[in-house]
Design a binder for this molecule. Structure first.
Ligand SMILES: Cc1cc2nc3c(=O)[nH]c(=O)nc-3n(C[C@H](O)[C@H](O)[C@H](O)COP(=O)(O)O)c2cc1C
Length: 453
């Protein structure tokens, strides 16, 4: 044995809660925060496209998931968890199943953490089992300060009932994490004093969780108040001693900023919410191009929305966050009630054919605007005609570009057929695909793109 190796003592064993086979390690990651309304599938795909390492879905309440039906959307291969609403006790009106949660297994499953709102170990386990096979981790929201959450004992209320929170986490680890081989984690806020936070975190890290995210604001703090970081190193230490990954959250504005903060405070990961809501390209490092212009980001967002068949109201909500308020296109787009009109207003001509199809699938066509000389029937027939011609030439060339069409617009049966219906954004307008009609944008409809994110 050399004198050197003899003098170097073996490194102290750093404990580490093992990451289960289907789980994911939060260490070294810059991640998208859970955001109700703003964290639906298109936003998550957008964040992944721009470099987010992991994405949290929006908080979903345990009860809403229990009894939900899992189905595959045959048009785009997404997994949809649906429920038929009670319909307000109106038996005369046929209730339509609504999608509670949507997952793109191909592009996000290995990077998706499902976040749950719960105040009961039993309900948490029942709900988690519904989605556990489709996600990489289950996170418990223990930080939401809104009365709708806290009044039911959920969210930040759990910070005051540590016995209950511990029992929820232990049950999830034992009854969901272990059989499904995925990680269980928790997202908390800091408490008023370091001592209170320390007492809470010391218990949470011994429940078998693989990760803990700390939002560096106390429960009463408003989102605009600056995050407080002076408890962070202490929390990271407690996590590390127990082998749990510690993710920081609060006023992290970009990937580079997150990496610098991780270094400064000794935490393992950083989570971004509001900065990503406005412009997801904050996940792109300066070295890779940094923040992208809002138009590029909105174009990509619309593409993912159309591809995911995102509820239009939700799409519009996020567009409000993403498009600068004083922008002229914004004011026009804000009036639109359909994907087709929005794409046309924003001059995303390459997306119009797919927008027309998704409007048909979502039964939005009766809301189409009919501006002078802009009849949608006309637009559709031209676009469809183009698509058919392109499919014909593709078939003649040995390919098959046809888009599987369900027999009815609401049919959601059958197995997973993974087809991307979205044309790649056309940077180079193809003269052959011009509609020749000045009222109808030229479109590139032939490419069938599996969008890499
Ligand atoms: C629109 C919106 C929705 C949110 N929804 C959730 C949620 O579902 N679950 C949760 O734990 N936190 C939620 N939050 C809080 C964020 O995840 C995050 O903790 C907070 O915004 C602080 O991060 P930031 O400073 O980067 O914005 C939400 C925040 C916003 C802005």
């Amino acid at each position: 044995m050399s004198s050197l190796s003899a003098s170097v003592s073996a490194p102290a064993q750093v404990p580490r809660v093992p990451i289960p086979a289907n789980g994911v390690d939060y260490r070294g990651k810059i991640v998208l925060a859970p955001m109700v309304r703003s964290g639906e599938l298109p936003s998550r795909l957008l964040a992944l496209k721009y470099g987010a390492d992991l994405v949290w879905g929006p908080e979903t309440i345990d009860r809403s998931l229990i009894g939900a039906v899992r189905r595959i959307n045959p048009r785009n291969g997404t997994v949809e968890f649906t429920r038929v609403p009670s319909n307000g006790g109106r038996p005369d009106k046929a209730a339509k199943a609504s999608v509670i949660y949507r997952i793109d297994p191909a592009r996000e499953k290995s990077r998706l953490v499902f976040q749950m709102g719960t105040a009961s170990a039993d309900l948490a386990v029942q709900a988690a089992k519904v989605v556990a096979g489709d996600v990489s981790g289950i996170d418990v929201n223990s930080g939401c300060p809104k009365p709708f959450s806290t009044s039911g004992g959920m969210g930040a209320a759990l910070l005051r009932t540590p016995d209950k929170l511990v029992s929820i986490l232990e049950s999830l680890v034992r009854e969901v994490g272990e059989p499904f081989k995925i990680g269980i984690s928790v997202k908390i806020r800091i408490l008023e004093t370091p001592e209170l936070t320390e007492a809470l975190v010391s218990r949470l890290v011994r429940t078998g969780i693989t990760g803990l995210t700390v939002h560096c604001r106390t429960t009463p703090m408003r989102p605009r108040e600056r995050a407080i970081r002076d408890q962070l190193s202490m929390i990271a230490d407690l996590c590390h001693k127990a082998g749990v990954a510690c993710v920081m959250n609060g006023d992290v504005t970009s990937r580079d900023h997150g990496l610098a903060l991780m270094q400064e405070f000794g935490v393992d990961g950083a989570m971004i919410a509001t900065s990503a809501e406005t412009n997801s390209s904050c996940f792109r490092s300066e070295a890779d191009g940094g923040l992208a212009p809002w138009r590029d980001v909105v174009h990509e967002y619309m593409r993912f929305c159309i591809e995911s068949e995102n509820r239009f109201g939700n799409t519009k909500y996020l567009l409000n966050m993403m498009i600068p308020g004083k922008n002229k296109e914004f004011n026009q787009a804000k009036q639109c009630k359909t994907y087709t009109d929005t794409c046309r207003r924003l001059q995303f001509d390459d997306l119009v054919p797919a927008a027309i199809r998704v409007d048909e699938d979502l039964e939005l066509t009766d809301k189409w605007e009919l501006g002078p000389g802009e009849g949608h029937e006309h637009a559709r027939s031209k676009a469809v005609q183009n698509a058919m011609e392109n499919n014909e030439s593709a078939r003649a060339a040995g390919g098959n570009n046809s888009r599987p069409k369900p027999t009815t617009s609401t049919a959601h049966t059958g197995g997973p057929i993974r087809t991307s219906t979205i044309p790649e954004p056309s940077k180079t307008a193809n003269a052959d695909q011009s509609t020749g009609d000045p009222s109808i944008p030229d479109v590139q409809v032939s490419q069938k793109a599996e969008v890499a994110v």
